[in-house]
Design a binder for this molecule. Structure first.
Ligand code: MN
Length: 542
């Protein structure tokens, strides 16, 4: 087992695919989860929490396939969440079976309020369950993580007792969550120090932290926790997750990277040690952020630290002047360190299939023949419209071609007429899952409204559009526009995305993509049992 049970560096535990995916509307399909997992492995995360195997057959499958495809000898540890219940732990173990390094992450609440109202169990009962279930998990895998849920509201003496038992039973990582995102950094640091000082066997396990960003304090709290002995950080790309999200991986990693000298002594290193504090390949950060944003439909705000569009833009005149004289004047890190290169022009109209394939390979895309052909056709179409094709354009095309929901309804044609003193009117032709071609038209307040009304007349799934956004991939009038939409059906949110130089076409396609996702759920009915739904609700609070 690598780096266990003690670590002289910081372990990055990515939960984008478990906690991140619980963000409203971030739902990913199996293929998308695998693509993200592969990229997380390239990024160099130590652990991928791939899902909650017991939650549904789809979740089980995703964990199993990630274990199989990404959980290689040199790859990351693959982890599944499981309540402290035998059926959950068994499902996790089965799903993780193909992984070379598998981890079961089990949890139970330790606060009196949860014990009394949620679990309806006494303190001594919960103590016994924690011990038994860690032992049970340990019968399947060597690497077991235990989380006392609602640790912040638990009585410290009792919390220490539960943790001691869990470690005695074989837990190799102890994770302390601030589920509701209530604590200040110094309080969080104190809680970690208390655990370090009062749990006699704590040095036999890695101490981990998990938290939410309700007050915008998750990253700050984690950095404080490191000072008191936390060595694993549970985080997500772009900080996505329940409510205000989780601690953002890119912020934690770059804080540790840029302020290495500050953190070195807390890890027992000389102040000026140049050894990186994490195993993350920081130049993969930007690409990972884009991928997760594209697939989840959760856009990154422009002023977001590290990965926001403005994070490295120095617009103010004073700053620009300083920058020209010496980059270090106003820049604490360099855009290239997160993989934000000059976005050079790489291909053009005359580039052949080989050049195309080679460049995609360099960008980390491994496409099958069929996908490559489709992407190449798209590339040629784009090269006709746009003279210079950059890496970002390529990424946009490939993401668009390879990461789409199953094409139940297919947009065959969209045509719009609009302008001043005109009534925006759209005509669409759509092929249904039964192979029928249906055409309809509608008027609207604008071209996109008209398109959506026309599509609704054909597909007839009542829904509410709650977000519509257009972003350009690169600068310039001929840039590709990426349209991201989110729609609401009942309590659920579905996202759709499409990229095209024609934003009207992209808008129509993004809407059809979202409706396809919705339709899969409608047609499939609810494939989860009541027990599974309940499990999902509980997991949402870890
Ligand atoms: Mn959480």
């Amino acid at each position: 087992m690598r780096d266990l049970p003690s670590s002289d560096r910081i372990i990055i535990f990515d939960t984008t695919l478990r906690d991140g995916e619980q963000a409203p509307g971030a739902t990913l399909n199996g293929e998308e989860k695998i693509a993200i997992a592969r990229q997380l492995a390239r990024l160099g995360v130590d652990v991928i929490e791939a899902g909650f195997a017991f939650a549904s057959p789809g979740d089980f499958d995703a964990v199993r396939r990630i274990a199989e495809l990404v959980g290689t000898e040199d790859g990351p540890v693959i982890c599944s969440l499981a309540r402290a219940i035998p059926a959950d732990i068994k499902a996790a173990a089965e799903a993780l079976q193909p992984a070379v390094h598998g981890r079961i992450h089990t949890f139970i609440s330790t606060s009196d309020i949860h014990l009394e109202y949620q679990l309806k169990k006494s303190r001594s009962e919960v103590l016994a369950i924690a011990e038994e279930m860690v032992t049970y998990a340990k019968s399947f895998v060597e690497d077991v993580e235990f989380s006392p849920m609602d640790a912040a509201r638990s009585e410290p003496a009792y919390l220490y007792q539960v943790l001691e038992k869990a470690i005695d039973a074989g837990a190799t990582t102890i994770n302390i969550p601030d589920t509701v995102g209530y604590m200040t950094p110094s309080e969080f640091g104190d809680m970690i120090r208390g655990i370090k000082e009062n749990v006699p066997n704590i040095d036999n396990a890695i101490l981990s932290v998990h938290g939410h960003n309700d007050l915008g304090l998750a990253v700050a709290s984690f950095l404080e926790a490191i000072k008191y002995g936390a060595r694993q950080l549970e985080c997500t790309i772009n900080g996505i997750g329940e409510r205000a999200g989780n601690a953002a991986l890119e912020e934690l990693v770059m804080a540790l990277h840029v302020r290495r000298q500050y953190f070195n002594p807390f890890l027992g290193r000389p102040v000026d040690s140049e050894v990186p504090l994490t195993k993350i390949n920081t130049t993969e950060i930007y690409r990972t952020s884009r991928l997760v944003s594209n697939m989840t439909g959760m856009l990154v705000q422009p002023n977001k630290a590290i990965v926001g569009a403005n994070a490295f833009a120095h617009e103010s005149g004073i700053h620009q002047d300083g920058m020209l004289k010496n980059r270090n004047t106003y820049e604490i890190m360099d855009a290239q360190s997160i993989g934000l290169t000059d976005n050079q022009i790489v291909l053009g109209k005359h580039s052949g299939r080989n050049a195309f394939r080679t460049r995609l390979g360099e960008l980390g895309f491994e496409l099958g023949d069929q996908e490559l052909n489709k992407a190449f056709v798209r590339f040629k179409e784009l090269a006709d419209k746009k003279k210079e094709i950059t890496d970002w354009d390529l990424e946009s095309i490939v993401n668009d071609e390879t990461q789409q929901p199953p094409e139940l309804f297919r947009l065959e044609m969209v045509q719009v007429s609009c302008g001043s003193n005109a009534q925006p009117t759209a005509t669409v032709r759509i092929r249904t899952p039964q192979g029928e071609e249906l055409m309809d038209a509608a008027t609207g307040t604008g071209p996109v409204d008209a398109i959506y009304k026309a599509i609704n007349r054909v597909i007839q799934v009542p829904n509410q559009l709650i977000e519509f956004s257009v972003q350009s991939v690169t600068a310039g009038i001929d840039a590709i526009g990426e349209v991201t939409i989110r729609l609401k059906y009942g309590e659920r949110i579905f996202s759709g995305r499409s990229a095209n130089t024609d934003i009207v076409v992209a808008s129509a396609q993004a809407y059809v993509n979202a409706l396809n996702r919705l339709y899969v759920v409608l047609e499939g009915g609810s494939s989860t049992t009541q027990a599974q739904q309940e499990a999902g609700r509980e997991a949402a609070s870890v």
